[in-house]
Design a protein around this ligand. Structure first.
Ligand SMILES: [Zn+2]
Length: 118
């Protein structure tokens, strides 16, 4: 079984909230704290919005990250780059950022070597 996506995990939490009233044991007087009282629906909405914005940013980065369009694969809703060997839709952006930083450092070192040989 593959790891659930963030959207699926939020969906599971929304299902729990929709199928229950709140948290028993939260208030010391024995009252049940409702999800609304704890602002859980608003928090879930904020998470949904952040996930949506994340997808928008991923798509913008995929389209504008500098590789030729011939290296990019976007069928079936995918956002892959064959040159970067990276899945912009679901890939770990920390990995992409580290690879990009390494690539930029190599470029800078090459620039310095060229400068020193002049
Ligand atoms: Zn690329």
């Amino acid at each position: 079984m593959s790891k659930p996506t963030r959207e699926e995990m939020v969906g599971k939490l929304e299902q729990i909230v929709n199928d229950s009233y709140g948290v028993d044991g939260f208030h010391l007087n024995g009252d049940i704290a409702s999800w609304d009282e704890l602002e859980v629906p608003a928090i879930l909405q904020a998470i949904r919005e952040a996930l949506e914005e994340n997808q928008i940013m991923r798509e913008l980065l995929w389209v504008n990250h500098g590789c030729p369009s011939s290296a990019m694969y976007g069928d079936d809703g995918k956002m892959d780059c064959n040159a970067c060997v990276f899945d912009f839709k679901n890939g770990d952006m920390k990995v992409f950022a580290e690879r990009r930083a390494t690539k930029n450092m190599k470029r800078y070192q090459e620039y310095l070597k060229k400068g020193a040989s002049r």
